[in-house]
Design a protein around this ligand. Structure first.
Ligand code: F6R
Length: 642
């Protein structure tokens, strides 16, 4: 029997369920318990564990409990505490179970898309963190073979695949293994079977999965250690392509492809819950901001997976417009500057960038066939919402948005949405959100180039490969972050900075200056380098730090002149240059060297690689100045007042 207790079918986004797209999950929390103990409130412990994972996502949640051969699921859109107010989860009965807290990146967060998901017979339940890339094909085939789907998610193919093997008399363990072989993409999954009360199964590829053990008594499966930390400190990390059977206090691990077993060697977790929430891949970070900077490479990788149909709809709306505007606030506005530059450079329309707070004043009227691209991490910035509504409701403009929070206000006022893959950003100052926004807009630029034929197809493919390489480049930058730390500590006490650049890199200069200002409280101004001699240069005297963002693109030679002007007046030159750079390096007091390839494709994709070190530098300056980079004074994560 399955009971969807008190589950409402309407979405809080106000969108009808029939209109829904699928639900991808890149950043979610999962937690399961398999135990011998009968004296503990299992459902309540799962719910509490999920709450400790809410920093991974919190737009919907659910629990599945196995109770004497049946599985009961309760799931709902919203935050765990609100949903459980009357004990909806805590009152669930059962011998073992699991839960999920979701952060949807595609498809609105509504009840039916919440996890866990079940097979047709309600015997197999699955929670999942990741993306099943080939889910459409699998779903088509499964539907043709008679399976009924109850959600729009990619995840739901997994229980149905398992169901197929079980029906052939294959064991639960081998059925899960078989199902996994069909999946392409990323996953961390926990699977339970109503009639297999001795163990549950976990597996992972690219998405995190940890196991907690109380030997001889209990096993926990979680996407991150904080879920089980108050319950045990013995943990194991599952590797990619591994699967584990979690018994009541015993774990069996083996490789999905080879079947080879691995002896589990648990380690003792020393962290506090707070520290564990700030840890990544076993490394503990002092601040969320530092952890989130270390998430940037994988978030860019996730961002590269924008579903084709979403991308096409977005690109075609922009292409069909006669006038295109791009708008946002703060860091998101600087992502707009980079995005606008890329879209136009690759043959898309000219785009006017307007701060959202200036939007309606700058445009007392808007021409017909206008399109507004809105960029926002929260999707709730009041000025951005106002700009979007003004354009849409007064002038009938189309709205395309790039937003990190599915179901947020801006997504509701949009014709097309690309959800960024940053996942929840705990640090107030945006960093991984910025990198994914710029990546998303660059993907749009390349798609427009492809659709319009402004760049040869073979070249688009090469730009795309170069964009994919930013994952490696940002990883390399992180490996050498100590050098950036040293530089940050050398500069952290300087009171004033200029950040100068030309073209695409002006966005990086603006973002670098803003980051330093808001988390390290150094006064920093960004200018178009060519503009610096029209006033700003008056402030330059010996030792005044001037940061140049200097990729070897078409602006490089002209930038050299600006470096000379600042150097001649005693400025301390800090430059962000390509690893193979020589000219600006020779003129600089300090350099940050970015490991990009020396070809036109890599150079054109410099927006993220050249801003990332500046975000890292701001973080280290803040830490050196003994400030709290996660909660800078006077700032809020989401500015919901005009
Ligand atoms: C700076 C920062 C802010 C936001 C701005 C817009 O680090 O985070 O400048 O970018 O308040 O917020 P969203 O992107 O939520 O619209």
């Amino acid at each position: 029997m399955i009971r969807f207790s008190k589950v409402r079918s309407e979405s809080f986004t106000g969108i009808d369920d029939n209109d829904l797209e699928r639900g991808f999950l890149i950043m979610c929390g999962i937690f399961g318990i398999m135990t011998k103990r009968t004296d503990i409130p299992i459902a309540k412990l799962i719910r509490e564990g999920l709450q400790r994972l809410e920093y991974r996502g919190y737009d919907s949640c659910g629990l599945a409990m196995a109770n004497n051969g049946t599985i009961e699921v309760r799931k709902k859109a919203g935050k765990i505490a609100d949903i459980n107010k009357d004990g909806l989860f805590d009152s669930m009965q059962g011998q073992y179970g699991m839960g999920h807290t979701r952060w949807a990146t595609h498809g609105p967060p509504i009840d039916k898309n919440s996890h866990p998901h079940l097979d047709c017979k309600n015997k197999v339940a699955v929670v999942h963190n990741g993306i099943i890339e080939n889910y459409q094909q699998l779903r088509k085939e499964l539907t043709a073979r008679g399976h009924t789907f109850r959600s729009d998610t990619d995840t739901e193919v997994i229980p149905h695949l398992i169901e197929e093997s079980l029906a052939k008399g294959i064991s639960f363990k081998d059925s899960v293994r078989e199902a996994i072989k069909y999946l392409t993409g990323a996953y961390g999954i926990v699977v339970m079977h109503a009639d297999t009360p001795d163990f549950m199964i976990v597996a992972r590829k690219e998405s995190p999965l940890t196991i907690g053990i109380v030997p001889g008594e209990t096993c926990f499966a979680a996407s991150d250690i904080p879920a089980f930390l108050p319950l045990t400190r013995q943990a194991l990390i599952l590797d990619d392509d591994e699967m584990a059977l979690l018994y009541k206090g015993k774990v069996e691990i083996f490789n999905v492809i080879t079947g080879k077993p691995r002896t589990p060697k648990p380690f003792q977790v020393q962290w506090s819950i707070d520290a564990a929430q700030k840890s990544l891949d076993g490394v503990e970070y002092k601040w969320f901001m530092h952890k989130e900077l270390h998430e940037v490479p994988r978030k860019i990788k996730d961002q590269l997976r924008v579903p084709q149909e979403q991308l096409d709809a977005f690109a075609k709306t922009v292409m069909a417009a006669e006038h295109v505007y791009i708008t946002a606030a703060g860091t998101a506005f600087y992502a707009c500057l980079a995005g606008k530059f890329q879209i136009t450079k690759f043959g898309g329309p000219y785009i006017e960038a307007l701060l959202c707070s200036e939007f309606r004043d700058a445009l007392p009227t808007m021409p017909p066939k206008s399109c507004v691209i809105a960029v926002s991490q929260s999707g709730e910035t009041a000025d951005t919402i106002e700009a979007v509504r003004y354009a849409r409701e007064k002038f009938g403009a189309k709205v395309c948005s790039v937003v990190n929070v599915q179901g947020s206000s801006i997504t509701r006022y949009s014709d097309n949405v690309i959800i960024t893959a940053a996942g929840p950003e705990m640090a107030v100052a945006s960093q991984k959100a910025y990198c994914t926004q710029v990546t998303a807009l660059t993907i749009v630029a390349l798609r427009i180039a492809e659709l319009k034929g402004t760049v040869p197809k073979a070249d688009v493919a090469k730009y795309r490969v170069a964009l994919e390489k930013t994952v490696d480049v940002t990883n390399e930058i992180l490996k050498n972050e100590d050098k950036i730390k040293q530089l940050a500590e050398t500069l952290a006490k300087k009171q004033n900075f200029y950040f100068l650049a030309r073209g695409l890199s002006l966005a990086a200069a603006c973002e670098g200056a803003l980051k330093l200002k808001e988390i390290s409280y150094n006064h920093a101004e960004a200018y178009a380098a060519g503009e610096s001699k029209h006033g700003p240069i008056a402030l330059i005297e010996k030792g005044f730090p001037v940061v140049f963002v200097a990729p070897p693109d078409e602006t490089y030679d002209r930038l050299i002149g600006n470096v000379q002007e600042m150097k001649a007046r005693g400025g301390t030159i800090i430059s962000v240059v390509a690893e193979f750079d020589t000219k600006i390096t020779e003129m600089s007091d300090y350099t940050i060297r970015v490991p990009i390839d020396n070809d036109k494709y890599a150079i054109a994709m410099s927006a993220v690689p050249f801003v990332f070190p500046l975000q890292i530098m701001a973080y280290f300056a803040s830490d050196f100045n003994k400030l709290d980079p996660d909660k800078p004074r006077n700032l809020a994560k989401s500015v919901t007042v005009k």
